[in-house]
Design a binder for this molecule. Structure first.
Ligand code: FE
Length: 206
């Protein structure tokens, strides 16, 4: 007989990531340390694709979705699942805070940009392809402007993003083809968050 997996057990990898990152931030490390230690934690989280709740993995036929998975109580960080339908892409945008992108399912391309040049904005380096398990960093210090798209035209891709703020409520910018900035607040696609804290099953079993 197969017993149903208790949601909190299934969500243990996400809970461990959240508590691990909070522990890293307790020492108020510099950004390079956050990106390095956060990337190691995120690589562990996206090494297995067996924990993301269905509700936070659902694509939309028109727009990519961004589901808040967890927000730190002091808004020092947030964790978001980005769900890309076939061919979906972001506008060119910035973050204004540090960010980490961990590929969970499918694949995506990220193209970095910098302001300036003849057209006001230009590609900075080649497009990077992320495969499941890969982690990439953004920030105003390491390069903050990019455009991300699903690598596939026939299936859903999902990446787990972590930012140094409550990213859905951060005032940032999207950029036109001539580098013109427009104000942008991304928000979230969900109103209910995964419950990573119901440990009752484990208590009952102990
Ligand atoms: Fe981004």
């Amino acid at each position: 007989m197969n017993l149903p997996v208790h949601p909190a057990s299934r969500l243990a990898p996400l809970r461990h990531f959240v508590t691990g990152l909070a522990r890293v931030l307790e020492g108020r490390p510099d950004e390079a340390t956050i990106l390095r230690e956060g990337a190691a934690l995120l690589a562990r989280l996206v090494a297995h694709d067996d924990w993301l709740p269905e509700d936070c993995a659902r694509p939309d036929p028109v727009h990519y979705r961004q589901y808040l998975l967890h927000a730190d109580s002091a808004q020092r960080f947030s964790v978001v699942s980005f769900v890309w339908g076939p061919n979906q892409r972001t506008p060119i945008h910035d973050h204004t805070v540090w960010g980490l992108i961990g590929m969970l399912r499918g694949g995506e391309y990220s193209q970095s940009y910098r302001l300036g040049g003849a057209t006001g904005i230009e590609a900075a380096g080649p497009e990077v392809r992320l495969e499941p398990g890969h982690v990439e960093a953004v920030s105003p210090r390491v390069g903050d402007i990019h455009q991300v798209r699903n690598a596939y035209d026939d299936r859903v891709s999902i990446s787990i993003h972590v930012y140094g703020a409550n990213i859905g409520a951060v005032r940032r910018s999207v950029y036109g083809p001539d580098g013109t900035a427009k104000p942008f607040v991304s928000g979230y696609s969900n109103t209910v968050l995964p419950n990573i804290w119901d440990l009752s099953r484990e208590l009952q079993q102990a």
